[in-house]
Design a binder for this molecule. Sequence first.
Ligand code: NDP
Length: 289
Amino acid sequence: MSAQIIDGKKVSSDIKAELAAEVAELKKGGLEPCLAVALVGDDPASHVYVRNKEEACKLIGIKSIKEQLPASTTQEELLALVKSWNDDPSVHGILVQSPVPSQINEHEVLLTIDPAKDVDGWHPFNVGQLMVGESTFESCTPSGIIELLKRYNIEMAGAKAVIVGRSNIVGKPVALLLLHNDATVEICHSRTKDLAAETKTADILVAAIGKPKFITADMVKPGAAVIDVGMNRTEEGLCGDVDFEAVKEVAAAITPVPGGVGLMTVAMLMGNTVKAAKQQAGVVERSIV
Ligand code: NDP
């Protein structure tokens, strides 16, 4: 039997509708959540991502500010912009779209963003909070994966989760979130010795590799839930890290690409922005920052 398709399009639009209702209530109380985005340079994919974020803000009723900066922008200019947003009480969430040009030290930019406004969840303070299981802005793609698992009633407690990929923005944080949800977690990477032997033990398999159709059916345990984070642009169009057509005949549940995890990232970013606005306005308790 073919796997259940985990519909990121439906779940992300449900979340956006829930957030729109919440924002309408907040606005009645005089609070308008606001997300400020800096886009440095001309990376075409970044322009698409930023446009998607702006459209989601508009749909939900979040104010969005976009600062388009030239590729020649200096570190000092970018830091000055971030600091001005840190100091502006009407701005609740800040992000600098990645990747940035090579003259920009991205880590220093992240360190400069006020952790209370770090809606990407990439500031080392928030990463540390995640590590110790304290309240934080969870980074958006990993929290989107957890939300999909929850909304499809895929049991995490006691499940064996195998993550292929150990990046700071996907692999490591999703491993921590799965651990906090009581999965038994294993992280694989390019130096893993017998990858298929590891992935075949997974009840929940997360692929965050960046290689088209890398996970094949023989690498998947029958009945597993397979989460495909990959976004690879190929001649045939956008394609995931999982060989979807073959793996869906083995797995019990699977995310498509497009239409899976990708759409969740923006929805979770919107959720973090609303959370940041409520924290800064004192509507909900703030974390330590
Ligand atoms: P990175 O390139 O930072 O990390 C890729 C990981 O895959 C690395 O840990 C690497 O191992 C591992 N890897 C590479 N080759 C192999 C191999 N042959 N066997 C086992 N492991 C391997 O990528 P990201 O985490 O940033 O992104 C991964 C994918 O997810 C990309 O396609 C990206 O576009 C997509 N993505 C999608 C998002 C969304 O919103 N849906 C958001 C972010 C990313 P090692 O560390 O040893 O090099």
